[in-house]
Ligand binder design. Structure first.
Ligand SMILES: [Zn+2]
Ligand SMILES: [Zn+2]
Length: 120
C-alpha cells in the first residue's frame, strides 16, 4: 500500500515537472519580452550578426535544447547572444563571464550601462 502511494506521488511530481518545463519553454526570456534578440555567429569567416523575434527563439528552443539559433548565413549553430551597442546598433560580443568590453569594438563608444544578454 505504501509503495502504491509512492508511485502515485512520483507520477504527480513528474507531471508537475513536465508542466513547469512546458511553461518555461513557452515563456518569454525575462527582460527580452517583445524585443528581437541579437545574435552573433562565431563560425570562422562568417561572423554574421542577425536578429530573431522572441517567437522564433521559443520555437527554436523546442528543437535546439541548447538554445543556439542556427546562423542564417552559414547554417551552423555556432551562435551566441550578443549585446547591442546603443551607438552603432551592432552586435558586441561578451568577453569571459558575460562581461562586456569597455568600449564598442566597432565604433569605440563606451559600453558602460549596456545590459548583458541572458544566455539562451
Ligand atoms: Zn554563420
Ligand atoms: Zn558601437
Amino acid at each position: 500500500m505504501k509503495k502504491a502511494i509512492q508511485v502515485v506521488l512520483s507520477v504527480c511530481l513528474l507531471a508537475a515537472a513536465g508542466y513547469f518545463v512546458h511553461q518555461y519553454l513557452n515563456a518569454p526570456v525575462p527582460g527580452d519580452e517583445g524585443k528581437d534578440a541579437l545574435w552573433l555567429c562565431t563560425s570562422a569567416g562568417c561572423e554574421r550578426e542577425f536578429r530573431t523575434p522572441p517567437a522564433a527563439m521559443v520555437a527554436n528552443l523546442k528543437t535546439n535544447p541548447d538554445g543556439a539559433m542556427p546562423c542564417p548565413a552559414c547554417g551552423k549553430s555556432l551562435t551566441i547572444r550578443a549585446a547591442e551597442c546603443t551607438a552603432c546598433m551592432r552586435a558586441v560580443r561578451t568577453i569571459g563571464h558575460g562581461q562586456l568590453p569597455d568600449a564598442c569594438p566597432h565604433c569605440k563608444a563606451s559600453m558602460h550601462g549596456i545590459s548583458v544578454p541572458t544566455p539562451g
